[in-house]
Design a protein around this ligand. Structure first.
Ligand SMILES: [Fe+2]
Length: 262
């Protein structure tokens, strides 16, 4: 019996109202090319997860456009929210999106590779993230229920510093409580983050963690290198192949790929 799971991780679409650019870029066209590339090359993936900042400012038109856009996308796609989303608007525009008993946009599901847990770290009124006691309680019950199954966590805000001052100020505010909760379980195999707007790998308390570039604008590793808070660097999506003895993640710069001159 195979326990392999192949999934696609996409993050930080920052969709505006259709027709509106963001920092000189068209997030809609960039996301459409992303979906087309995934469909063409990774139609064998079992599902796709988009880890928040679906909209740039919680625009209902952005959610409506996203809903329409995903109707033609063949992979089951799980949506999460980030600090640029508005939880209530998201829930209004995606009434079928699963929520927990308190109405937070978080849910868990089981696949061949184990349990996938998608957290709601939205606070509102700040770019930083929150994981309050009610959300912690839900996570604890989901982790208890998973028993010995491998657990794959997705969360918009990283619960750790990544040595970029701009980001470290707006990480998960409740990181200490989150770390204490996580420390009670030894089956959490990976944390997939959004929010960072760049590719990174962190090993946090023994747990491998990865982040991805945004589909739109990026956060430069050194702000001084561009003189601005944001930069143009290639968008990427991740292919994640989970097998019984190996996790393989590729970050693919789908929008900047061209044949080499040979
Ligand atoms: Fe973002």
């Amino acid at each position: 019996m195979s326990h392999a799971t192949k999934l696609i991780h996409v993050t930080d679409l920052h969709l505006t109202a259709p027709g509106e650019k963001l920092f000189g870029l068209n997030p809609h066209e960039r996301f459409e090319r992303c979906l087309a590339d995934i469909e063409k090359w990774h139609g064998d993936a079992q599902f796709c997860i988009i880890s928040g900042d679906l909209a740039d400012a919680g625009q209902p038109e952005a959610y409506d456009w996203l809903r329409e856009c995903l109707q033609d996308f063949p992979l089951t796609t799980h949506l999460m929210i980030g600090n640029h989303d508005y939880r209530d608007t998201f829930k209004d525009r995606f009434p079928d999106a699963p929520v927990d008993q308190h109405g937070f946009v978080q849910h868990a599901f089981d696949a061949d590779a184990g349990r996938f847990v998608l957290l709601d770290t939205y606070k509102g009124g700040t770019s930083a993230g929150q994981f309050c006691e009610r959300r912690q309680g839900w996570l604890r019950s989901v982790l208890d229920d998973a028993k010995d199954s491998p657990v794959w966590l997705f969360m918009h805000h990283p619960p750790f510093d990544i040595s970029i001052a701009y980001m470290d100020r707006i990480k998960l505010e409740d990181h200490a409580a989150f770390a204490a909760l996580i420390a009670e379980y030894d089956n959490i195999r990976h944390i997939f983050c959004g929010h960072v707007h760049r590719p990174s790998y962190v090993n946090w308390r023994g747990i491998p963690c990865t982040s991805l570039p945004s589909i739109n604008h990026q956060v430069p590793l050194n702000r001084e290198a561009v003189g601005k808070a944001y930069s143009y660097e290639p968008p990427m999506y991740a292919t994640v192949l989970i097998e019984h003895d190996q996790v393989t993640i590729h970050l693919d710069a789908y929008d900047d790929r061209q044949a080499a001159i040979m």
